[in-house]
Design a protein around this ligand. Structure first.
Ligand code: NAD
Ligand code: ZN
Length: 338
């Protein structure tokens, strides 16, 4: 078992990582609700319902990370008798964590919130840091809030039912954390279900360290966007045919190649990232138009005034922010990766 303590502006909380943790959740208080989805609820909600939690179930998928789902969940909370003193428990992947977190941040001006992430991505990334929200038809994550949880419960045994493709998607963020701050995370021996406690604990620690130092993304937190400028463009131009994790995997390699092209890092780092992607079975090539990818990047929220902005690497554990890299250099890298 591991406990990671987090100091956040909205209050301190603990992240508990323990196999079998969900076998004995505490008894619910009045009006406490577990929010899950149609895939995860049949697998794990029965751990909670005998403990007097009311279950509210949303449809499964990013397509349902919407204000419509939020509105339906408010109704479920009213029906469950949830009041200002009740707790919302998010049981599922990042979509449920973000949606239920937004419900918890806004229902009756905010109620207590517990995260129970069940996907690898949600464990190492989305359940930590307090960002919650939903998508709009115009784009992803355009409405949201900062809502710190009271507690995060991670039971790595839930990963046993996670589809393989979702494991790989989460691994992309694990590799990102390894490249940013913890080389041990890049050891393939750790990349198995049997080592999930170590893997998740180390990967969570990287994100906790960054968000504690920069809770509102004024500076260093931007490092967590390593690979993501490329990834968001790939997702957008492919019409979301690429999963986020696949796009992040590719984006890590693109960021390493760009770093090398600018003379920031050795070629060995590019080779290392490439080998990791092969081992985890994440994509290293794309079949999209490099110019279209550049145009998509220009709409990036973080490119203020259209000036390009990338997170790059001098080496493992040495990220930096670089601005104003020109179009031809970036398009050149993307053209080499088709
Ligand atoms: N708030 C943040 O800081 C932050 C950070 C990164 C990503 N996100 C968000 O997270 C979302 C992606 O999260 P995700 O990758 O977990 O996707 P997801 O929530 O869609 O989960 C992936 C799939 O796995 C299923 N699943 C989850 N746990 C399972 C389990 N234990 N067994 C079987 N199936 C299981 C889900 O039902 C879903 O079908 C995106 O909406 C993204 O914007 C948020
Ligand atoms: Zn990501």
């Amino acid at each position: 078992m591991a406990v990671i303590h987090v100091e956040a502006p909205g209050g301190a909380y603990d992240i508990v990582i323990e196999p079998g943790l969900l076998d004995h959740p505490p008894e619910a208080g009045p009006g406490d609700v577990v929010i899950s989805n149609t895939t995860v609820a049949p697998l794990y909600a029965a751990r909670f319902t005998p403990r007097k939690y009311t279950l509210a179930t949303a449809p499964d998928g990013e397509a349902y990370k919407t204000l419509e789902t939020v509105a339906a969940l408010y109704g479920d909370l009213i029906d469950a008798g949830a009041d200002r003193h009740s707790t919302v428990v998010a049981l599922g992947g990042g979509v449920i964590g973000d949606t239920a977190g937004f419900v918890a941040a806004t229902y009756m001006r905010g109620v207590r919130f517990v995260q129970v992430p069940t996907s690898l991505l949600a464990m190492v990334d989305s359940s930590v840091g307090g960002k919650v929200g939903v998508d709009l038809p115009q784009g992803k994550n355009l409405v949201g809030a900062f809502k710190q949880p009271e507690r995060v419960w991670i039971d790595p045994q839930t990963l046993r039912t996670l589809p393989e493709v979702e494991w790989r998607n989460g691994m992309a963020e694990v590799l990102k954390h390894g490249l940013l701050a913890d080389e041990a995370l890049l050891d393939p021996a750790l990349h198995t279900l049997d080592r999930a406690v170590d893997l998740v604990t180390r990967a969570v620690q990287v994100k906790v360290d960054v968000v504690q130092r920069d809770p509102y993304e004024k500076g260093e937190r931007a490092h967590l966007n390593l690979g993501h400028t490329f990834a968001h463009a790939i997702e957008q131009v492919s019409g979301y045919a690429w999963a986020h994790g696949q796009a992040v995997g590719f984006g890590l390699l693109a960021a390493a190649r760009l770093s090398h092209a600018l003379g920031l890092c050795a070629a060995a780092l590019v080779d290392r990232v490439e080998a990791l992607l092969v081992a985890v079975d994440l994509p290293r090539r794309h079949d999209l138009d490099p110019a279209a990818l550049w145009d998509a990047m220009r709409t990036d929220k973080k490119w203020r005034g259209g000036v390009s902005r990338f997170i790059l690497l001098r080496g493992i554990g040495q990220p930096l922010i670089m601005e104003d890299i020109d179009r031809d250099t970036v398009i050149g890298i993307l053209a080499e990766m088709t």
